[in-house]
Design a protein around this ligand. Structure first.
Ligand SMILES: [Zn+2]
Length: 228
């Protein structure tokens, strides 16, 4: 059975990673258009770098939770038949032990060169404008997908959704496209669909089945069912 899992902010929030939008509509006190658009970067690169540098450093203060660990256990059990697609830019899936992870919105621990387009693993800061290890030009930006930019890996994602027997969305709001459309695509291609979320999302009605609760409780239980 081929399983495709989509994870969103909800799974990381239980590890203490701030969610993309707080209740006040801000992202850690910033308006989204001030830190998460190419235009913002063109106007205020230092502000944007400081924001992502802070978030990259904060990764050292959080750890994978039981939901991340359960997905790594599922990969141990079914191997190549599992693909995790994440909207999250943290590295908690990898640190839990998952290896088959697609970061459709990019990664904090990666830098993208605007001169040569090379993506380089990056754990330090970018706000001091270091040179690109590939071409030497000082055009490294956070390797995250901003508003108005194309998400990564869409071809591979749609092939996987097309072949999936089961599609499971974990901790996603159902408000951000294209990910919000994955359930309809997978369902149309014949997959069963399941939503695991803290509360009903904007697309809960499109899933065959939905469970509400903490990811740290729902995901290990679901993995037990699947492997059992
Ligand atoms: Zn370069």
């Amino acid at each position: 059975m081929k399983v495709v899992v989509l994870t969103g902010a909800g799974i990381s929030a239980e590890s203490g990673v701030p969610t993309f939008r707080d209740a006040d509509g801000l992202w850690e006190g910033h308006r989204v258009e001030d830190v998460a658009t190419p235009e913002a970067y063109d106007v205020q690169p230092t502000v944007v770098h400081r924001f992502y540098d802070d978030r990259r450093r904060a990764l050292g203060r959080v750890a994978p939770n039981p939901a991340h660990l359960a997905l790594a256990r599922l990969e141990e059990g079914i191997g190549d038949d599992l693909l995790v697609i994440t909207q999250n830019i943290d590295d908690l899936h990898e640190r839990a032990g998952s290896t088959r992870v697609l970061h459709m919105h990019g990664e904090l621990r990666s830098a993208l060169c605007r001169a040569c387009m090379r993506r380089t693993p990056w754990t330090g800061d970018l706000g001091d404008f270091p040179p690109c290890p590939g071409c030497g030009v000082t055009e490294l930006r956070p390797d995250v997908v901003w508003f108005g930019e194309m998400p990564y890996e869409m071809d591979r994602i749609f092939v996987a959704l097309d072949q999936a027997d089961l599609f499971v969305a974990i901790g996603t709001s159902g408000a951000v496209y294209p990910a919000a459309g994955f359930v309809q695509f997978a369902s149309g291609a014949g997959a069963r669909t399941l939503e695991l979320n803290l509360a009903p999302s904007e697309v809960t009605g499109l899933f065959d089945d939905a469970r509400q609760g903490l990811a740290g409780e729902l995901v290990p239980r679901w993995v037990d069912e699947l492997l059992g």
